[in-house]
Design a protein around this ligand. Structure first.
Ligand SMILES: O=c1ccn([C@@H]2O[C@@H]3COP(=O)(O)O[C@H]3[C@H]2O)c(=O)[nH]1
Ligand SMILES: [Zn+2]
Ligand SMILES: [Zn+2]
Length: 244
């Protein structure tokens, strides 16, 4: 077994029935928090996961449903648990995360940078890094919002986790054909048009053998109405443990 993954939430940014689309990745007996949105701390509490259990946090891009819980993570780790947790993030995003998102809350006398709170591990796109024992993560820049950096992740040899991204059918085909990807967790806006996300009707145009590899996440509160309407693709269930 390569890795396990449990979504803390599968909801879109504004979903109220589902938590933010964040996850815990398990490998080698360790835990990686994958994005840390506004609802991440409540969702972890529901699952009985306490912050000292985390062995790292990886951030895909800077939207509140993916980074809105980082201030609490930083403060709790700094002052309550007295630990600098590894923060894996694209090298292009470290400055933006601090200057445009976290600095307002975290900066104080003696604490002037991201590194004062986190053990920052900048990742270069296209290179694999060991983020948990025996598990690598490779960032792939994928399009989301015009002018905004966002990175999807290839875990190990065969698990692709989309960040928020627009429909990129050629990339999905290439990942399977050339990179050996066997499983894809993909964001999915249920109703078109897919302007900054991939929407379900677009994913339904993919060939069935590719659809069978895809699990849908980052969906809206109306997801139950789509049961049986996702072709060969399955919806990820939040809090369920998946092994790949
Ligand atoms: O140009 C824009 C920018 C943003 N948005 C909305 O804001 C949300 C931010 O989080 P998200 O990336 O999960 O989803 C985004 C969309 O729902 C949008 O519709 N168009
Ligand atoms: Zn999002
Ligand atoms: Zn986003």
């Amino acid at each position: 077994m390569l890795m396990d993954i449990r979504m803390l939430g599968c909801g879109s940014a504004f979903a109220k029935e589902f938590y933010n689309n964040n996850a815990i990745v398990y490998a080698g007996g360790k835990k990686l928090l994958l994005d840390c949105g506004t609802t991440a701390h409540v969702a972890m509490r529901k699952l009985g996961i306490s912050l000292p259990e985390l062995d790292g946090v990886l951030v895909t891009h800077i939207h509140a449903d993916h980074v809105g819980g980082l201030e609490e993570l930083a403060f709790q780790m700094k002052f309550q648990f007295k630990r600098r947790i590894p923060l894996y993030i694209a090298d292009t995003l470290t400055g933006i995360l601090w200057e445009h998102s976290l600095r307002g809350g975290l900066e104080q006398e003696g604490l002037l940078s991201l590194s004062d709170y986190f053990d920052v591990r900048p990742l270069q796109e296209g290179r694999p890094y060991e983020v948990l024992p025996g598990l690598t993560a490779e960032l792939l820049r994928t399009p989301h919002i015009p002018g905004k950096l966002s990175y999807s992740i290839l875990f190990g040899p065969s698990f692709f986790y989309s960040s928020d991204m627009v429909f990129e059918p050629d990339l999905l085909r290439q990942l399977v054909a050339e990179r050996g990807v066997k499983t894809i967790f993909h964001d999915c806006q249920l109703e078109p048009p897919g302007v900054v996300h991939t929407c379900l009707p677009q994913l339904l145009t993919l060939p069935e053998d590719l659809q069978r590899k895809i699990y849908l996440m980052h969906y809206g509160d109306d997801q139950p109405a789509y049961a049986g309407r996702s072709g060969e693709m399955r919806f990820v269930e939040q809090h369920r443990l998946y092994s790949f």
